[in-house]
Design a protein around this ligand. Structure first.
Ligand SMILES: *[C@@H]1O[C@H](CO)[C@@H](O)[C@H](O)[C@H]1NC(C)=O
Ligand SMILES: *[C@@H]1O[C@H](CO)[C@@H](O)[C@H](O)[C@H]1NC(C)=O
Ligand SMILES: *[C@@H]1O[C@H](CO)[C@@H](O)[C@H](O)[C@H]1NC(C)=O
Ligand SMILES: *[C@@H]1O[C@H](CO)[C@@H](O)[C@H](O)[C@H]1NC(C)=O
Ligand SMILES: *[C@@H]1O[C@H](CO)[C@@H](O)[C@H](O)[C@H]1NC(C)=O
Ligand SMILES: *[C@@H]1O[C@H](CO)[C@@H](O)[C@H](O)[C@H]1NC(C)=O
Ligand SMILES: *[C@@H]1O[C@H](CO)[C@@H](O)[C@H](O)[C@H]1NC(C)=O
Length: 765
């Protein structure tokens, strides 16, 4: 009570100020959360650090200890030093000038990478995640951190039956809270923490937090955790669909939960605190199905880029999702120190049959197990518009746009577009409310995402939609009947890159290909939170779902090769990926099943059969990432925003361009005449082995490799080679090829991506 009346009076004062002062200074008086970075990690006493942060805050609050304490949100102490606090722009700028402060940046909000968060979507993990002849005994030593919406610990996917004791190196914690106590953690979920301070500081304290604890109220975090490392659970399904066994990629690996995301999103201050703790807790891999909206800001202003830099420099691999925007250049999580995952289909689908009055049968996507008993009149929703709604508006079946007199008892044909504020499920509710008995939904983007509708419904492509509308137009009493959804296997071609999966080129650093890799992300069945929809398993789609598939694979690699660096594990995943589908044809992409390229799938579709034995790896050290940032012409201030220490670009001018980073894919934008790039590969296969280069040059370019044979005599040996790119013919835009190091057993493949600069560019200089 006291708090809210205090808050109200503060608001009133702020409004008075607003009325008096000019517009351009308006924002000076509103405080928001800033993250303050302070130098590299040292062995200082945590109490001393906290005291120092409070002193700094006190000085910008004109000596008020109370205000300073009230403004303090977090102190970071493990991976890096610094704190988060509520500050005005003025105070933030004062702090940035204080000694020891590296940088200050605002607390931005990030989003979960699920398409249409409240549509239930998805397809299950096909059985491709076997561990090829290798022991899984040490899997229980691998700890996977999930930064997400928390966990439903009672899910059968998180049972600890037959799991050995918690690893002795584990330094984490099981944080108590609402409906979550010490016994909520077990030998499977060995740690759980939650972070709400950044969220509350921005969005207020009233009724916004569902489960103020690591418990998952949304389902997203349980879904991603169980996809990565969930236990085997027999006989599960989503309302009978996709029935079978659920399991993660590495079912014996441990889970550490970092709940940073709440109903409306995840704030930077909370994300950074989670990274900080995860590094301290000794997780091996971090999975983040979260990202900024496209286009992503620069690395130094993006908490996930900064946090993952620290994770990587402490030996923690960060796996992240590319985003669900789908457009060219929309990929996010662009930093080269994480592995960024795009989404594809599998060969399983959820289909509803639709029979038209003229006998034509159509297949649509659906998760609805409701069906119609007989053929019924079918009507375009545009012909059932209500009140002030135009037929065009009603054709999208938006809320209140349908006239119940006209809609009643009919099947309605509605449209859906990406920018729609109404979800597909909501449209089925609108039709139901208007008395409709079924819905055929034309998806203008052809997403192929299945949805659990409230009436018999099916999603069809734009082309099929035109066919149905012309049938409706051609006869006096058009009818249709929609059958219940069923699970269909063997859909071809598969995998197909999903329409929504965010694409390259990298909008920030075109020299680094993103996404890095592709994994199943369409219609994935995994554990859920019964707090949402009262179900234990659910089907979802998104790069949020493909990311944890790669996390699970990374856990398998870590099991077998515990000493490998994050970049070595990443290299193994990328260089063993395939660009062929299950029929050994080049992978295609939706919509329209066009031929896909590296901007769709990165290095390709993840290949668990090969990933444990990659032969050679492209390794990268933290020093190289500093060279990389310096090659982007970062000044020391920007550099330090990322590194969190007192690094400088002085003496870090080894790279001509960012293409020189020892990345497992090779991209040369704006190629003029010719250009050379060097790489090193480390032998992790047989001691004595010879690899020969096979090159497919991108259109318009001739690529040569020197030497074109690599003779290794021992494990761990590093050999350098140089690729020369020479323009031989004009070409437009980007073109694609590959370099493959081959021996009898192994192929180590990197995509080559080249953009030839327009020939006459020089004339305009
Ligand atoms: C908390 O602990 C008690 C036993 O100590 C247990 O009965 C209870 O179910 C636990 N779990 C939750 C979520 O409160
Ligand atoms: C699977 O579960 C359903 C109900 O949930 C049950 O009817 C069926 O017998 C179970 N099948 C197996 C093989 O356990
Ligand atoms: C709905 O349609 C009926 C019949 O065409 C019409 O009489 C009525 O005014 C319409 N109502 C609205 C809200 O548009
Ligand atoms: C339906 O037919 C009419 C006239 O035959 C035509 O003008 C209209 O464009 C048609 N609409 C559709 C959706 O095919
Ligand atoms: C950077 O920090 C380290 C220790 O943290 C210190 O030894 C070194 O002198 C510092 N370098 C500069 C340029 O400030
Ligand atoms: C690349 O270009 C430079 C100068 O433009 C030239 O000296 C060199 O021989 C060229 N290399 C190749 C492989 O064409
Ligand atoms: C590798 O060994 C082969 C013979 O096995 C030899 O012909 C070739 O020159 C060697 N390549 C390099 C780069 O040393």
């Amino acid at each position: 009570m006291l708090y809210s009346s205090y808050a109200r009076s503060r608001t009133a004062i702020a409004f008075l100020f607003l009325a008096v002062i000019a517009a351009e200074t308006r924002f000076c008086f509103s405080s928001k959360v800033y993250v303050v970075y302070m130098g590299s990690k040292t062995g200082e006493d945590p109490d001393v650090i906290l005291k120092q942060h409070h002193q700094m805050l006190t000085s910008v609050h004109r000596g008020s200890v109370e205000e300073a304490q009230a403004s303090h949100v977090y102190s970071y102490r493990h991976g890096f030093r610094g704190f988060a606090a509520k500050l005005t722009d003025e105070q933030a700028s004062q702090i940035s000038d204080m000694p020891g402060v590296v940088s200050v940046f605002p607390n931005s909000k990030r989003i979960l990478h699920t398409t249409h968060s409240w549509d239930f979507m998805g397809l299950p993990d096909d059985n491709s995640m076997k561990i090829f002849g290798h022991s899984t005994r040490n899997q229980a030593d691998v700890i996977v951190g999930i930064i997400d919406t928390g966990i439903w610990p009672e899910s059968p996917s998180f049972e600890d039956t037959d799991m050995p004791p918690v690893p002795s190196k584990w330094k984490g914690h099981c944080q108590k809270g609402e409906a979550f106590n010490a016994s909520s953690c077990n030998r499977k979920v060995i740690g759980a923490r939650y972070y709400a301070s950044g969220f509350e500081a921005e969005e207020g304290l009233e009724n916004k937090l569902s489960y103020k604890s690591p418990r998952d109220s949304s389902g997203h975090g349980s879904h991603t955790a169980s996809t990565a490392v969930g236990r085997h659970v027999a006989n599960i399904s989503y309302t009978g669909l996709g029935a079978g066994e659920a399991r993660g990629g590495a079912p014996m690996a441990r889970i550490a939960v970092y709940k940073t995301c709440w109903d409306s999103g995840c704030y930077d201050a909370d994300l950074l605190a989670a990274f900080d703790d995860a590094i301290h807790d000794r997780v091996h891999i971090l999975s983040l199905s979260i990202g900024p909206e496209a286009p992503q800001g620069d690395y130094f202003s993006d908490a996930i880029s900064v946090g993952s830099f620290h994770a990587a420099s402490h030996g923690v691999l960060v796996v992240s999702s590319a985003g669900n925007n789908g457009n060219p250049g929309s990929a996010t999580n662009l930093a080269p120190w994480m592995i960024t995952v795009g989404a594809s289909s599998t060969d399983r689908d959820f289909i509803s049959d639709v029979r038209l009055g003229n006998g034509v049968n159509i297949k649509g996507e659906s998760l609805s197990i409701l069906e119609m008993k007989a053929n019924t009149r079918i009507l375009p929703a545009s012909e059932a518009s209500a009140g002030y709604f135009t037929p065009y508006q009603s054709s999208y079946c938006v809320d209140s746009s349908l006239n119940a007199t006209k809609a009643k008892g009919n099947v309605l044909v509605c449209r859906h577009e990406e920018s729609s504020t109404e979800s597909k499920v909501a449209k089925s509710k609108v039709v139901k409310q208007a008395g409709g008995v079924g819905m055929i939904l034309i998806d203008e983007l052809d997403l192929n995402v299945a949805v659990p509708f409230v009436i018999p419904s099916a999603i069809i492509t734009k082309k099929t939609g035109e066919m149905i509308l012309s049938y409706v137009n051609s006869t006096r009493k058009p009818t249709s009947r929609i059958f219940r959804a069923k699970t269909v296997f063997g859909t071809q071609p598969a995998p197909l890159v999903a329409t929504f999966s965010s694409k390259g080129p990298n909008s920030l650093t075109p020299e680094i290909l993103k996404p890095d890799i592709t994994a199943p992300g369409l219609n994935i069945l995994a554990a859920w939170s019964p707090a949402k929809g009262n179900i234990m398993y659910n089907i979802l789609s998104g790069t949020s779902m493909s990311c944890p598939h790669v996390t699970g694979i990374a856990a398998l690699v870590k099991t077998l090769h515990p000493s490998w660096s994050p970049s070595a594990i990443k290299s193994a995943i990328m260089t063993t990926a395939t660009t062929l589908d299950k029929q050994q044809k080049p992978i295609r992409a939706d919509p329209g099943q066009r031929k896909a390229n590296a901007f769709d799938y990165g290095s390709g579709f993840v290949n668990p059969a090969k990933v444990l034995d990659p032969g050679l790896i492209y390794d990268i050290k933290t020093e190289d990432y500093i060279e990389f940032l310096c090659s982007l012409n970062y000044d020391d201030k920007s550099l330090r925003l990322v590194t969190g220490d007192n690094s400088t670009c002085h003496g870090h001018r080894k790279f001509k361009t960012a293409s020189d980073l020892n990345y497992p894919s090779i991209t040369v934008p704006k190629l003029k005449d010719n250009f050379s790039v060097s790489r090193t590969v480390t032998n992790v296969g047989e001691a004595r082995s010879t690899y020969t280069a096979e090159v497919s040059s991108p259109a318009g370019v001739k690529v040569t490799v020197v030497p074109n044979q690599l003779n290794f005599t021992r494990v761990g040996q590093i050999i350098k080679f140089t690729l020369n790119f020479k323009v031989v013919a004009p070409s437009k835009g980007y073109s694609f090829g590959f370099l493959s190091w081959k021996n009898r057993r192994t192929q180590v493949t990197s995509p080559l991506v080249v953009q030839v600069a327009p020939a006459n560019l020089g004339m305009f200089w």
